[in-house]
Design a protein around this ligand. Structure first.
Ligand code: PGA
Length: 254
């Protein structure tokens, strides 16, 4: 038996104004108030963070996350947000290296590495996203790509620094496409990643590490995914926007 507490995370991407986000969070709070065995995280756009944080208050079962940040602590970086700003806005988590950041905004494994470092020093838990494209999968390069993403993304981190790390496996071909990896495909990769972490950081660490699956997760497929031994939660885009659907995901056991 492991002690990994399941984490269901909603990535709202570029959706919802402050008011819409607050409305959604109020509904979600009502719908999930009795949930204790699953951790819930929502990552709204930056503009809604403070409002949501005030709405959540302290001590609830919903944690706040951000979708991205810059690695510098402050300075002349127009349009960017620092780890400390996120922390003081009430964030506990920050999603880093999401494939949309890599695809559309030039994020590289090297910048992801710097961001993870900055997040950890500010006391934010990084959710490191990794995953292969369809072409890479078809060319049998999935594991090579993942190796590169985690190796460079986590280069120069000692074990102790990484205690709050969460990893999300999100095959790029499954994001927003309605195509989910089969439970076996996802489990194969999650198991590979856990073994990688065991080799690199030891079994104790790898057994504690939460590895989320992301890519077209919805109420209809979450139960089967969560039944896999190395899947510890989900990072959900589209199906997290509607509070009812997100609540169903959180209640995947029932
Ligand atoms: P999706 O997005 O659930 O809409 O496929 C997942 C993600 O990008 O984190």
């Amino acid at each position: 038996m492991d002690s990994r507490r399941p984490l269901i995370a909603g990535n709202w991407k570029m959706h919802k104004t402050g008011k819409q986000a607050v409305d959604s969070i109020r509904q979600l709070k009502d719908l999930t108030s009795s949930v204790t065995d699953v951790e819930i995280m929502v990552a709204p756009p930056f503009t809604a963070l403070s409002q949501i944080s005030a709405e959540l208050g302290a001590g609830g079962n919903i944690a706040l996350g951000a979708q991205n940040m810059h690695w510098e602590s402050e300075g002349a970086f127009t349009g960017e947000i620092s780890a400390n700003m996120l922390k003081s806005a009430g964030c506990r988590y920050v999603i880093l290296g999401h494939s949309e950041r890599r695809q559309f905004f030039g994020e590289t494994d090297q910048t992801v590495n710097k961001k993870i470092k900055a997040a950890l020093s500010a006391g934010l838990a990084p959710v490191l996203c990794v995953g292969e494209t369809e072409k890479q999968r078809n060319e049998n390069k999935t594991f090579n790509i993942l190796d590169k993403q985690i190796k460079i993304g986590l280069e120069n981190f000692v074990l102790n620094a990484l205690q709050s790390l969460v990893v999300a496996y999100e095959p790029v071909w499954a994001i927003g496409t309605g195509k989910t990896a089969t439970t076996d495909q996802a489990q194969e990769v999650h198991n590979y990643l856990r073994k990688w972490f065991a080799k690199e950081y030891g079994t104790e660490f790898s057994q504690k590490l939460r590895i989320l699956y992301g890519g077209s997760v919805k109420p209809a497929n979450i139960k089967d995914l969560m039944a896999m031994p190395d899947i510890d939660g989900a990072l959900v885009g589209g199906a997290s926007l509607d509070p009812n659907s997100l609540s169903q995901l959180v209640h995947y056991k029932s």
